[in-house]
Design a protein around this ligand. Structure first.
Ligand code: NAD
Ligand code: TYD
Length: 364
């Protein structure tokens, strides 16, 4: 068993030229930074369309590294992807590029079908075609979400065996892409791995998602919109712990395996917002209770999943991964990052963010 694991590890470690898709986004930028810094003998190519969510400022600190290259391109463009694979001869793919925000998926579901489903299938087709002589030793790692499992009631957790039951157009598109990845493993013998992770938080998080949106609004003395009664529960994981999980899974997981990644860290939205308000008051030097006054309950999200909770026992037992940070500490670090990165925050909230915010929150 041990020998088999070691020889498998060796064959995967041979992988030298890695395509990371969506590397200019929130999680992707942490994965790119980690791989560029920790594996100087790998060549890391970051393919990103630079949608509203992609930002090269996220990778300023590694942009000149000799083992890193950025390519602007669209995974939905099948001809481009085919040509790109023909030229680059990748050994492995870590696929993160996606439309990732549930609220946007409710307004524009087709964008999610195109990028998350079509884009993933385009990458799978190129991998199948250009790896056909060595399918076993190349690796296609698909980064997915716990939202494919649907919603939990008050009890239980998602395991790798939980049946898929997506409710939002976002989670339906991610579930579909997961199924395609498995279909390419089963039908064509592609070496695939999938991980399904809970909600991430940390630096470089685009302020359309709850935590960075609330930080930005408190900073600017604007209302904090809490959907419904704030009773929905999410399981929060520090983004750098997710990037470390991706590293471990990429290098050590057996072909066709799936791992759940999560923080064992469930928070009701309203409790999380109260904690965030407390931290913001402290960091901004405001009287206790100041930020809390900004909490505003607004119309609930349609089809709002009640609770997510991930059981990551398999990842912990088989590959020895565990979250490294307590949530209170991670949230404090995150707040500090946002308060000392004004330029980044300004660059992502000026321009089209303003019209998005108006459309999403005015009269809600
Ligand atoms: P993000 O929205 O911050 O980044 C997505 C990136 O993909 C952006 O850089 C964007 O420019 C790029 N992209 C979008 N469409 C593209 C296209 N057609 N071609 C090329 N690039 C394109 O997303 P994120 O939060 O970093 O999530 C990354 C991945 O992790 C996604 O697949 C998401 O489903 C998954 N995930 C996210 C979370 C989370 O909490 N954010 C949790 C679990 C899983
Ligand atoms: P979000 O960060 O969008 O992640 P996801 O929907 O993928 O879990 O939302 C996290 C939770 O916060 C979710 O229950 C919806 C809620 N929420 C608000 O209450 N207000 C907001 O402005 C946003 C963006 C989210």
């Amino acid at each position: 068993m041990r020998d088999c694991k070691v020889s498998h590890l060796k064959s995967i470690l041979r992988l030298k030229k890695i395509l990371i898709t969506g590397g200019a986004g929130f999680i992707g930028s942490h994965v790119v930074r980690r791989f560029v810094s920790n594996y100087p003998d790998y060549q890391i190519v970051n393919l990103d369309k630079l949608t509203y969510a992609g930002n090269l400022l996220n990778l300023k600190d590694v942009e000149n590294e000799s083992n890193y290259r950025f390519v602007k391109g669209d995974i939905v463009d099948a001809a481009f992807i085919d040509e790109f694979f023909a030229q680059e001869k990748f050994d492995a793919v870590i696929h993160l590029a996606a439309e990732s925000h549930v609220d946007r998926s409710i307004t524009s579901p087709l964008d999610f079908v195109m990028t998350n489903v079509m884009g993933t299938v385009n990458l799978l087709n190129a991998a199948k075609k250009y790896w056909k002589d060595n399918l076993v030793n190349n690796r296609f790692y698909h980064v997915s979400t716990d939202e494919v499992y649907g919603t939990l009631g008050e009890e239980g957790m998602f395991t790798e065996k939980t049946a898929y039951d997506p409710h939002s157009p976002y989670s339906a598109s991610k579930a579909s892409s997961d199924h395609f990845v498995r279909a390419y493993q089963d039908t064509y013998g592609l070496n695939t791995v999938i991980s399904n992770c809970s909600n991430n938080y940390g630096s470089y998080h685009f302020p359309e998602k709850l935590i960075p949106l609330a930080i930005n609004n408190i900073k600017n003395n604007n209302p904090i919109p809490v959907y419904g009664k704030g009773e929905n529960i999410r399981d929060w994981l520090w983004v750098e712990d997710h990037a470390r999980a991706i590293d471990v899974i990429f290098h050590q997981a057996k072909s066709s395996s799936t791992y759940n990644v999560g923080g064992h860290n469930e928070w009701k939205n309203i409790d999380l917002i109260h904690l965030l308000c407390k931290i913001m008051d402290k960091k901004l030097g405001h009287d206790a209770g100041t930020s809390q006054k900004l909490i505003t309950f607004v119309t609930d999200r349609a089809g709002h999943d009640l609770r997510y909770a991930i059981d990551s026992t398999k990842l912990q037992n088989e590959l020895g991964w565990a979250p490294s940070l307590q949530f209170e500490e991670g949230l404090e670090k995150t707040v500090e990052w946002y308060l000392s990165n004004d330029e980044w925050l300004y660059s992502v909230t000026s321009g089209s963010y303003q019209s998005y915010y108006q459309a999403q929150y005015t009269d809600r």
